[in-house]
Ligand binder design. Structure first.
Ligand code: PLP
Length: 396
């Protein structure tokens, strides 16, 4: 018997038919059967008492099962329209679990432009274990088809990409992946489930750095995987408990709480994103603005098709593309804080070349358009006027 009983009014299956806001608030939320507590308790325990060997309430040891984590995993599945959710100690740990589905000799087709830590995991850890990575520009799905071999086991997409906001057509790549019998995993961190649901577009696994929009308050490191296939869930659960990169119950509580306000936060991130993208574009000292909401963004039509909005992430360059000019700006903001990470309520400014993407060799970075002068913004939910004023004074 599991500790959680179903809430008769709003159990997980019926959530599928509900609108986004209702789903985000009620996902995984079952009243605690022992007290009726509306908020999921933090089960801060490492083990569970058994009445006789093997006789327990569904929980044996907290690396394998924890009720707070179970509630979060139910929520993760609900918000991504999936059947199963799994929570990990970080986004990278979630990616690492997917990689452990592979064996030496297998090939992965991955986006040439993606988060630097994913690239580092692939090149520095898994390449030496005999996995081969083929990096292609996935914004053209034909490049994925051309890179397929009979050894391809996984296709790894990130859309929108960090930090260049490139968009890949998930449905088109999913069709290629299905035909080839490979697994398609989509890193949905930048969009969040509020804007995009890759499983609905044919992906096999959705990955999140829950550290970002799901948590939403810059106070937790965590990752997530969501999938529909039962066998895939069993394999990934086996990896989760065998390799042990599980999040603690307090962190699970924080992400559960974050998910409840995802829709209101994302709405504001998106509105501020629109205002700042247009402000930057008309600024005489600003060079290029990377934001998929512009009609002339090369992948705007796909973004419009598969996303419900364009979110709060964007990157830009100054007309003076020198590192010095970028550094001056990065040190001059007062509302935007200079920091790695993204997706919190407070606005952050970042220099990908020396911060989040420093693990990518310079030639590779430049080849993919990630120049030394590129500046990335994670636009928070403060007043847009204050954010614009801050950028305006910092650009000078
Ligand atoms: C798009 C993307 N994927 C994955 C990660 C890794 O997540 P974490 O830092 O939670 O391990 C990040 C972190 O910045 C990210 O931006």
């Amino acid at each position: 018997m599991l500790i959680f009983v179903k809430n008769k009014n709003m159990h997980s299956d019926s959530l599928r038919n509900k609108k986004l806001a209702t789903r985000f608030i009620h996902a995984g939320a079952e009243p605690d059967p022992s007290t009726g507590a509306i908020m999921t308790p933090i089960f801060q325990t490492s083990t569970y008492v058994q009445s006789a060997p093997g006789q327990h309430k569904g929980y044996e040891y907290a690396r394998s099962q924890n009720p707070t984590r179970a509630a979060l995993e139910t929520a993760l599945a609900a918000i991504e329209n999936g059947k199963h959710g799994l929570a990990f100690g970080s986004g990278v740990a979630a990616t690492d679990a997917v990689m452990k589905l592979l064996v030496p000799g297998d090939e992965v087709i991955a986006a040439s432009d993606m988060y630097g830590g994913t690239y580092r995991l692939f090149t520095k850890i898994y390449e030496k274990m005999g996995i081969r990575f083929i990096y292609v520009d996935t914004t053209n799905a034909a490049n994925v088809s051309q890179a397929l071999t009979d050894k391809t086991k996984l296709i790894w997409l990130e859309t929108p990409t960090n930090p260049l906001m490139n968009i890949t057509d998930i449905e088109a790549v999913a069709a290629i992946s299905k035909k080839a019998g490979t697994i398609l995993c989509v890193d949905n961190t930048f969009a969040s489930p509020y804007l995009q649901n890759p499983l609905d577009l044919g992906a096999d696994i959705v990955m999140h750095s829950s550290t970002k929009y799901l948590g939403g308050h810059s106070d937790v490191i965590q990752g997530a995987l969501v999938m529909n296939d039962d066998a895939l869930r069993e394999q990934l659960y086996f990896i989760q408990k065998s390799c042990g990169a599980v999040p603690g119950p307090f962190d699970c509580f924080l992400v559960l709480r974050g998910i409840k306000t995802l829709h209101v936060r994302m709405k504001q991130h998106g509105e501020n994103g629109i205002a700042i993208a247009h402000f930057l574009r008309q600024h005489p000292k600003v060079g290029k603005v990377y934001w998929c909401g512009f009609e002339d963004h090369p992948n705007h039509a796909i973004a419009k098709k598969q996303m419900r909005g364009f979110g709060g992430m964007l990157s830009f360059t100054l007309k003076d593309e020198s590192v010095e000019a970028a550094m001056k700006l990065l040190s001059s903001t007062k509302v935007f804080s200079l920091a790695e990470s993204l997706g919190g309520v407070e606005s952050l400014i970042n220099h990908p070349a020396s911060m989040t993407h420093a693990s990518i060799p310079r030639e590779e970075r430049i080849k993919n358009g990630l120049t030394d002068g590129l500046i990335r913004l994670s636009i928070g939910i403060e007043d847009a006027e204050d954010l614009i004023e801050d950028l305006n004074q910092a650009i000078g």
